[in-house]
Design a binder for this molecule. Structure first.
Ligand SMILES: Nc1ncnc2c1ncn2[C@@H]1O[C@H](COP(=O)(O)OP(=O)(O)OP(=O)(O)O)[C@@H](O)[C@H]1O
Ligand SMILES: [Mg+2]
Length: 260
């Protein structure tokens, strides 16, 4: 049973300049415990898709279920199952890291004692121990990003959506986040749906990659299969493969199509 399943999922925005078809029909299935790399050029529709799958934005077409709950018929069920780390996080600048984490746990109905214990656990996992009593406004960019991620994990979601989680993180923090994502999958069976512009990150972390372009799925497969099919060989870099798929780079020398 797929934990995420979408069919023709679409979103058109009405603007004064006319309709913007941000997502034009996405079909995908994600299995439980899979780490999915959701890639695509700027403006491809990644964030819009994530906002729909986390019920923050209503679809204008198609259908989807997340953790067995229909996006439109049972948004509360979807919300219980998912954690979402937005591309640009919103935290209260006036409170401490600890208060912010405890409040988040309380929002998800943990008791105060549970929320306090959970905040300490998250701080250890995300390397935030040393800044727990600092106001969030005083955090560095990377520390704030780690707090965003901790907030998304507060209720131990079955499905975690991460929108460019490592943008602005230093190399050690990035490696730490990769470890955490793998541990979530291996120890808790968490499904992780992740967007990134770092193709080395997708290559290292993702079990499967979906490339979206102009609001539709342009390619779907394991990193190896995509390299073989679109990059010319299994030794191709994911960068060249991505550029070939999105038509933003030179075509591969041997461009014989291969089914993925
Ligand atoms: N609220 C909105 N109103 C109008 N257009 C929007 C709105 N939100 C997004 N768009 C447009 O929809 C398209 C897809 O945007 P989206 O944020 O989903 O892209 P993305 O793939 O996440 O890009 P990036 O890699 O830059 O984060 C863009 O052309 C964007 O300008
Ligand atoms: Mg985005």
């Amino acid at each position: 049973m797929a934990v995420i399943s979408t069919s023709g999922l679409a979103r058109t925005f009405s603007t004064r300049q006319g309709p913007v078809e941000a997502v034009r029909g996405i079909d995908l299935r994600v299995d439980p415990g899979e780490i999915l790399g959701f890639l695509g050029p700027n403006g491809a529709g990644k964030t819009t898709t994530l906002r729909m799958l986390t019920t923050l934005l209503a679809p204008t077409g198609g259908a989807a279920t997340v953790a067995g709950c229909d996006l439109v018929a049972d948004p509360a069920g979807v919300r219980r199952a998912v954690g979402y780390v937005a591309q640009s996080g919103g935290v209260d600048p006036h409170v401490s890291v600890r208060e912010e984490l405890v409040t988040q746990g309380r929002l998800y109905r943990l008791t105060r004692a549970q929320a306090v214990a959970r905040a300490d656990e998250l701080a250890a996992d995300l390397g935030l121990d040393a800044v727990m009593d600092r106001r969030t406004a005083a955090l560095s960019g990377g520390q704030r990003r780690r707090l965003d991620i901790a907030m998304g994990l507060a209720h131990r979601p079955a499905v975690l959506f991460l929108d460019e989680p490592t943008t602005g993180l230093d190399p050690a923090s990035r490696a730490g986040l990769w470890d955490l994502v793998r541990r979530l999958r291996d120890e808790h069976g968490t499904t992780v749906f992740l967007t990134t512009h770092y193709l080395d990150e997708a290559d290292a972390l993702a079990d499967r990659i979906v490339v979206v372009d102009r609001g539709v799925v342009a390619a779907d497969g394991t990193p190896e299969a995509l390299k073989q099919a679109h990059g010319g060989s299994a030794q191709a870099t994911l960068q060249d493969t991505f550029l070939a798929i999105t038509g933003r780079g030179p075509a591969p020398v041997d461009s014989t199509p291969v089914a993925v």
